[in-house]
Design a protein around this ligand. Structure first.
Ligand code: ATP
Ligand code: MG
Length: 260
């Protein structure tokens, strides 16, 4: 068990479910062009845990994250954040929930070029008319290692620094859960390691819950567990993954073009 200022809190929440998919199904299109992107996926994401989602291209990873984050509608089954059933919410309530409880990090950083780092970080809260919790914000900025860069605009920052601003932005509102879709896909390995280290720290030290899609076994090695999707189904799970173990599991996908 780690001893951090948040250690006790983290331990107490370790088994609580932050998000839950139950028989989650997503079908795109109709008739001949119909694609079953998610086929009855049931999966829990525990609080203060770092989960990586892996699987071949087209296996439904982004779809799963979008449905869980309320960015896409579902065709069947249920998606819950905490105790809230997303499929039962009106558009307005869903927007509120996304804003207040969910952080999302995309492959492209999506920072506003005219705002400096700090302004980018607090933008969603400024729009929502929420005042940032100063202590939390300081801690996020500190953990993300950007204290000396807050006045810089995105074009004055490296790729890794920009993505860390995006991560800090997602964390600033203290979301119940953070979803990241290939957050290191556009970064060199050193910048990628910075961002991954930060995501891991946010789980270990700040008690955050993180769900990350990645194709990179090294990135998955930062997580507490890896779940594997294939053809829209959950097919396997590894706990305390190492990059080698993940790579081994991925080879089994490649050998047959699909999974067992
Ligand atoms: N808007 C859409 N309309 C129709 N089909 C879609 C749409 N979005 C995704 N799909 C299909 O759903 C399936 C799952 O797509 P998804 O984007 O979730 O895959 P992924 O695992 O994230 O792949 P990648 O690793 O390439 O990002 C694919 O077959 C894809 O073509
Ligand atoms: Mg994807």
């Amino acid at each position: 068990m780690t001893t951090t200022p948040f250690g006790a809190q983290t331990a107490a929440r370790a088994t609580a479910v932050a998000a839950r998919a139950t028989d989650l199904t997503k079908v795109y299109g109709q008739g001949e062009t119909q694609v079953v992107a998610l086929d009855a996926v049931s999966l829990d994401f525990h609080q203060a845990e770092f989960t990586a989602i892996m699987g071949p291209s087209g296996s439904g990873k982004s779809t799963l994250m979008h449905c869980m984050a309320g960015l896409d509608s579902v065709s069947g089954g249920s998606a819950r954040i905490g105790d809230t059933e997303l499929t039962a919410l009106s558009d307005k309530k869903l927007t509120q929930l996304r804003r207040d409880k969910i952080g999302f990090i995309f492959q492209a950083f999506n920072l506003l070029p005219t705002l400096n780092a700090l302004e980018n970080i607090t933008l969603p809260m400024d729009i929502a008319g929420r005042k940032p919790d100063k202590k939390w914000l300081d801690m996020v900025v500190d953990t993300v290692g950007l204290s000396g860069r807050l006045k810089h605009r995105p074009n004055q920052l490296s790729g890794g620094q920009q993505q860390r601003v995006a991560v800090a932005r997602a964390l600033a509102g203290r979301p119940e859960i953070m979803f990241a879709d290939e957050p290191t896909g556009n970064l060199d390995s050193r910048s990628g390691a910075e961002v991954l280290g930060f995501l891991r720290n946010s789980v270990r030290e700040l008690g955050q819950t993180v769900v990350m899609v990645t194709h990179d076994p090294v990135a998955a090695g930062y997580a507490d567990r890896v779940v594997f999707l294939a053809d829209g189904r959950l097919v396997d799970e590894l706990r305390e993954p190492t990059a080698d173990a993940v790579l081994d599991r991925m080879k089994r996908f490649d050998a047959r073009g699909r999974t067992s």
